[in-house]
Design a protein around this ligand. Structure first.
Ligand SMILES: [Zn+2]
Length: 313
């Protein structure tokens, strides 16, 4: 990645109205000096200006800043009107906290899916349908338009749940086009940010810190090492779901099995059949309609298909 490419990426972000500032080449840290080392000259002649104040959409200033060095690109989320949800992956040697591990959760994507489904219900998969950037470490940045009528808390470093962070006022994200260890931040869904989901607005309003996302109920089935056992466990999760969590459990089971379908086995046809049969019990007692069950299964399978996995034999 050379200086010209980074300049183009910085200008593209600014064209969307996002305020950018330079990060150190190949790194995530701001390239502008901190308050402690301020000399009171240049842009700081009338007082120190940090990266948030210096972040700009002005093409001339951007072109000048990105003319000599391959600076990475920071987007100051607050003044850009953005709230970015940052979903991280676990390190290879890192285990989820117990309650999440029992629920089959493996990374920030799963925690966010669980939180969104808990809070928003059936249409939780819609939260993925926004401007998306994937980081070199496999993390995901979901860009949302922050509400203009409420100032959200500064949430940098405040975890919503395990491996889930948010960047709003006082925070920044490393933008697409930036390079760390020779690998690029890539835009994977180039669309306008959707409005921040209402349940997240509620969580991020000034006041109490957000309640961490709750794990889903542990399954009572045994997670065997073979495919059949995996399917049985998910079907059992649906069967044994307590009242109030039946639709949610069906969704989670469909996500888990959707990942296996995308990984090559079992077939989607088989999985749909198993899930619909298991859901039938709850349809019979009016927990949800058959049409709702199919809709939930479809959304779960679709969400799961984004992250294929295979069961180790
Ligand atoms: Zn200064």
């Amino acid at each position: 990645m050379n200086t010209a490419d980074l300049r183009t990426a910085a200008l593209a972000a600014a064209e969307r109205g996002w305020r950018v500032f330079p990060l150190l080449p190949g790194r995530k840290q701001p390239a502008v000096h901190g308050a402690n080392s301020c000399l009171g000259t240049g842009p700081c002649a009338t007082g120190h200006k940090g990266w948030e104040q210096r972040a700009t959409t002005d093409p001339e200033r951007i072109t000048r800043a990105w003319s000599h060095k391959p600076y990475n690109i920071g987007i100051a989320t607050g003044p850009s009107g953005l709230l970015v949800v940052d979903l991280d992956t676990a390190q290879p040697d890192e285990q989820p906290p117990d309650e999440w591990r029992q629920a089959g959760v493996r990374d920030g994507h799963d925690v966010y899916a669980a939180a969104a489904t808990n809070e928003a219900g059936f249409y939780a998969d819609l939260v993925w349908d926004t401007h998306t950037v994937v980081t070199p470490s496999g993390g995901t940045h979901l860009y949302y338009a922050a509400p203009t009528d409420v100032r959200l808390r500064s949430t940098a470093g405040t975890a919503l749940g395990w491996k889930v962070d948010t960047r709003g006022p006082g925070g920044y994200v490393v933008a697409a086009g930036s390079v760390i260890d020779g690998r690029r931040y890539e835009t994977t869904a180039d669309r306008d940010p959707r409005p921040l989901p209402a349940w997240l607005v509620e969580k991020l309003k000034p006041g109490l810190p957000p309640a961490p996302a709750q794990p889903i109920a542990p399954t009572t089935g045994t997670h065997g090492s073979y495919l059949d056992a995996a399917v049985r466990a998910e079907v059992s999760r649906v069967h044994t779901a307590p009242e109030g969590q039946r639709n949610y459990s069906l969704y989670c089971a469909a996500v888990a099995l959707g990942q296996l379908v995308a990984g090559g086995a079992p077939s989607e046809h088989d999985v749909r059949g198993e899930l619909a049969r298991a859901a039938g019990r709850h349809v019979a007692v009016g927990a949800y309609s058959e049409a709702q069950a199919h809709k939930t299964i479809t959304s779960g399978l679709r969400a799961g298909a984004k992250r294929p996995r295979q069961v180790a034999a």
